[in-house]
Write a protein that binds this ligand. Structure first.
Ligand code: FO1
Length: 328
């Protein structure tokens, strides 16, 4: 119907996911795209509540993220963390001087009794971001990495230990009783919802902490719209971060096919990179329609193009059949 608002929900975490979300934000206005973000990386540090995936997406959408690092802010200085180390403070988690502002503000607002959702709404608004950036839950979910040197809080594993200790598996403390926020439930229940996107984030540490929340998987399965995932693995390598290393340690083949298998039962479509076009037949055998695109996003046009192709793919999946979820 002309003028009918098509709405999309993207599930995202980490740097890779944020890149696609920026592309989606260029294709879809604030009414059409909602971002549901991982909170499993959150932790309390130096007395501050830190939400890395919410911050990475906020800085990326605001155009102030650090292009080299992917996290934190561009044009950063490190005076405070340097001075902190000089007086015996922890400096393994690099907090830039400008970045500190968001952690101080979030901690202050949480202490005043606001929910993480309310805090995020105020913070994104202060960065003039119009799109909805929603923590998946206001409950506490924490990723734990079970490694050869013991079980580590996520940031201790990811940053302090630099992902070096071989990992045996992950747990997501609190996920079983965590509830989707009412805003996230409303996004998935929106009558104009036209598609759901699982961003090219690390499936095991950025997406799984959200899929571990029972009502999220329920929402995905109940939704009458297609779900498409984009591969974070290209040519047997992770585009960024430790995904490939984690897959090897979990004895999972480092291929886009293995990622599709990881999501199978939840997704209707999968996007692989041109380098992996040979995998499309194998993935289609899982009952997952697969298209080939340039999934490695270097420039902003790359992100906008991939996001546009993802939206078109979802439209085609919806048109292609009177949409029925698998298994219904
Ligand atoms: N990642 C690092 O590898 N080293 C850091 O020192 C670091 C600091 C940091 C500060 C704020 C923030 O929001 C993110 C930060 N990250 C750092 C990234 C963070 O660990 C990851 O972005 C996520 O938790 C996983 O994607």
């Amino acid at each position: 119907m002309i003028g009918k608002t098509e709405r999309y929900v993207a599930i995202t975490g980490g740097v890779g996911g944020a890149k696609l979300c920026l592309g989606l934000a260029h294709n879809l206005n604030a009414e059409q795209a909602t971002f549901v973000v991982n909170i499993g990386d959150d932790f309390e540090h130096l007395g501050l509540h830190i939400s890395p995936d919410l911050d990475t997406l906020t800085y990326t959408l605001a155009g102030v993220s650090n292009p080299e690092l992917g996290w934190g802010r561009q044009g950063e200085t490190w005076n405070c963390i340097t001075a902190l180390a000089e007086i015996g403070g922890d400096d393994w988690f690099n907090l830039g001087d400008k970045d500190l502002a968001i952690h101080l503000r979030r901690t202050e607002m949480l202490k005043s009794g606001l929910t993480l959702t309310e805090v995020t709404e105020k913070l994104t608004r202060s960065f003039s971001i119009e799109h909805k950036v929603l923590p998946v839950s206001d409950d506490r979910v924490r990723t734990i990495a079970h490694t050869e040197i013991g079980s580590l809080d996520f940031q201790h594993y990811f940053v302090r230990e630099k992902c070096v200790p071989p990992v045996r598996g992950f747990d997501f403390e609190g996920c079983a009783r965590a509830q989707l926020t009412s805003q996230v439930q409303a996004a998935f229940g929106d009558p104009d919802l036209a598609g759901i996107i699982i961003c090219p984030s690390n499936p095991f540490v950025s997406i799984d902490p959200m899929l571990a929340i029972p009502s999220l998987v329920g929402a995905l399965r109940k939704s009458q719209v297609p779900v498409v995932a984009i591969t974070p693995i290209v040519g047997g390598e992770a585009v960024k971060g430790p995904t490939a290393k984690i897959m090897k340690e979990l004895d999972i083949p480092v291929t886009a096919l293995a990622v599709a298998e990881h999501y199978s039962g939840l997704i209707d479509g999968f996007i692989v990179d041109q380098q992996d076009s040979v995998l499309t037949k194998g993935i289609s055998k899982l009952g997952i329609e697969t298209i080939v695109a340039q999934t490695v996003m270097v420039t902003l046009p790359d992100r906008v193009k991939l996001a546009g192709e993802t939206i078109e793919f979802l439209r085609r999946l919806r048109r292609g059949r009177q949409y029925r979820k698998c298994g219904q």
